[in-house]
Design a protein around this ligand. Structure first.
Ligand code: C5P
Length: 220
């Protein structure tokens, strides 16, 4: 299959030296890309700024902002069978980006922000029904109910709900503990394990789901 994976944070610049971002390191997305490649899939990675190097033989496009990730995902989506939106895309960006470093005396104590484009909401409008869309929900509380809401609202086939309040899971850790929820409401809890193991289970679900889609299509 052709699989597009997004990973890492985005950076929303205020000026050339200051930006809004988050704690994502890209480890989970890179693990998914790596496992998918090892299973023989054709993988494309779109990565925000991270310090890990791209896995060998994966085409990796580096972006900085949510808008750049949005534009590249929408451009590549028509050619894909699967999109895994693992990136921690910033939800807000400064209204204005200064070309020069702002002097602290010239800065206000409040920062005017504007919402970034929601990539999955845009994907929902142009996707084909047989494409498989997987999203993530990084939460610190009421994890499952927020995740279910995102799954419906953003039209995903599967959401990976991630408790990022734990130090041994989520941002920066090599391990993760997640719950997979699919659009039928089926739930699969994955206790603490390496991000590579979690990646394998997400891809197991994707591959099984793809088989079902093809079986249904050949019955018609
Ligand atoms: O930020 P949030 O928790 O709503 O993210 C849920 C899912 O939506 C993730 O898969 C994330 O990659 C995606 N997302 C997006 N565009 C945004 C923010 C998040 O596609 N602007």
């Amino acid at each position: 299959m052709k699989i597009l994976v997004t990973a890492g944070p985005t950076r929303e610049h205020l000026d050339p030296v200051r930006f809004l971002s988050n704690r994502s390191t890209g480890k989970m997305g890179y693990a998914i890309a790596d496992v998918a490649r090892l299973r023989g899939h054709d993988v494309q990675l779109i990565s925000g700024p991270v310090s890990i190097s791209s896995p060998a033989s994966i085409v990796c496009s580096r972006i900085t902002t949510a808008q750049e990730m949005h534009d590249l995902v929408l451009e590549q989506l028509p050619d894909m069978d699967v999109l895994v939106m693992c990136a921690a895309v910033a939800d807000w960006r400064p209204c204005e980006v200064s070309r020069h470093k702002l002097k602290k005396n010239a800065m206000q104590s409040t920062l005017p922000l504007v919402r970034t484009a929601d990539i999955l909401e845009a994907v929902q409008r142009i996707r084909r029904p047989e494409q498989i869309i997987v999203g993530f929900a990084a939460e610190t509380h009421d994890i499952l109910s927020y995740a279910r809401d995102k799954l419906d609202r953003k039209g995903m086939d599967l959401i990976v709900a991630n408790d990022v309040s734990r130090s041994d899971a989520g941002f920066g850790a090599d391990s993760n503990a997640v719950t997979l929820i699919d659009k039928t409401g089926a739930i699969c809890e994955l206790p603490l394990q390496s991000k590579h193991e979690v990646a394998k289970k997400i891809l197991d679900w994707v591959e099984l789901h793809a088989q079902k889609i093809h079986a249904n299509a050949s019955l018609r």
